[in-house]
Design a protein around this ligand. Structure first.
Ligand code: ATP
Ligand code: FE
Length: 335
């Protein structure tokens, strides 16, 4: 079964070809245009998708070395995401499926982030049900209980900023370029995480909040800059280490709580922030301390990519779960 998958929910245009859950190609065109604005500009994103989609799909088919006629189905992200961006992938997938007379499969992007763990040949075990999935990215921060491929429940999520945003906005306050998350990680490795203390939010249950942290970092920097205008420059590594330490603690507190409450000790991480070295270290500790088994997909399958849409599409294909030509893009789409 050959699946062509298309992802266009945010600022990456991606196409992948999978053969029975194995990735033959996974092409991602990242939009550079947003860097100068310090964040994703929706209108520019959808225009860039329009320019990218045809060449990206062509390249994916070429790399997989198959022709359009060999495809069994087309899977695409119908949501959640930026509506203008989603519409490009949705319209393209619908037209191609219609032209080729093959089934169309809509995919929920957040489910796909979790099902990325089931892509074949990643050199690690796959989680078994039930497991907890923590999706941490630039747009999302969720803890999900997964009882089956398509039986997932959100048990905690951010009430304001996503964790990737918290990293990026903190970096911006420190004068680092966008996206600053990976830079904070890099400096943090050489800094002292106990150098500065930032307050942790008080949020009930398993939900997260990150907007307060951003504000306290802003005030912290302003206060110290009054005395030493080069304060950030002088203490960059320690500041980054302290910020990262706080963010990782916020995530781990809720994850520990979720594991305790559900009794589930299999923990699967996804989303771009799972590249963070502090998170990875904390998860390793959790394995020793709480008997967790943790799973992180290959990096290329943690950030936005079409391969994860393809594996989700393939699993739906096996269940004959197809979409009609009336399917629409949806900015909000619950798992
Ligand atoms: P979504 O997947 O929710 O649509 P997105 O496309 O912005 O959002 P990803 O591409 O999954 O998200 O992740 C990008 C985010 O991950 C950015 O906020 C970036 O700063 C952050 N990030 C990437 N690497 C690291 C790292 N090593 N440490 C901290 N943050 C990181
Ligand atoms: Fe995503």
């Amino acid at each position: 079964t050959y699946i062509l998958a298309i992802e266009s929910s945010c600022d990456d245009t991606s196409a992948a070809v999978l053969l029975n859950g194995k990735v033959l190609s996974n092409v991602v065109a990242t939009q550079k245009i947003h860097e100068e604005y310090g964040g994703v500009v929706p209108e520019l994103a959808s225009r860039a998708h329009q320019q990218n989609i045809v060449p990206v799909v062509h390249t994916a088919l070429n790399k997989a070395n198959i022709g359009k006629k060999e495809l069994s189905a087309i899977a695409f992200t119908s949501g959640p995401g930026l509506l203008g961006s989603l519409l490009v992938g949705t319209s393209f997938a619908k037209s191609l499926a219609l032209a080729l007379h093959i089934p169309l499969i809509e995919v929920n992007h957040m489910q796909a982030h979790i099902l990325a763990h089931f892509i074949e040949d990643q050199g690690q075990d796959k989680p078994s049900f039930p497991f907890l999935a923590m999706t941490i990215s630039g747009g999302h921060t969720q803890i999900i209980r997964a009882d089956g491929f398509f039986d997932m429940t959100v048990i905690g999520e951010t009430i304001d900023d996503a964790v990737g945003e918290a990293f990026d906005k903190s970096a911006k306050i420190l004068g680092l370029p966008y996206p600053g998350g990976p830079l904070i990680d890099r400096y943090a490795r050489e800094g002292n995480p106990g150098a500065f203390a930032f307050p942790k939010p008080k949020v009930d249950g398993l939900d997260f909040s990150f907007s307060g942290l951003k504000t306290s970092i802003l005030y912290f920097v302003r206060k110290h800059q009054k005395e030493d205008p080069a304060f950030v420059e002088h203490h960059l590594k320690d500041i980054c280490a302290s910020i990262q330490y706080t963010i990782v603690n916020i995530l781990m507190d809720k994850l520990k709580k979720a594991s305790k409450e559900t009794g589930i000790r299999q923990i699967a991480i996804g989303g771009g922030v799972s590249a963070n070295s502090g998170i990875r270290e904390a998860l390793k500790k959790g394995e020793k301390k709480y008997g967790w088994k943790t799973y992180i997909p290959k990096f290329e399958y943690t950030t936005d990519n079409a391969a994860m849409i393809g594996i989700t599409g393939y699993l739906k294909y096996l269940e004959n779960d197809f979409s009609s030509q009336n399917v629409t893009a949806k900015a909000r789409f619950k798992v």
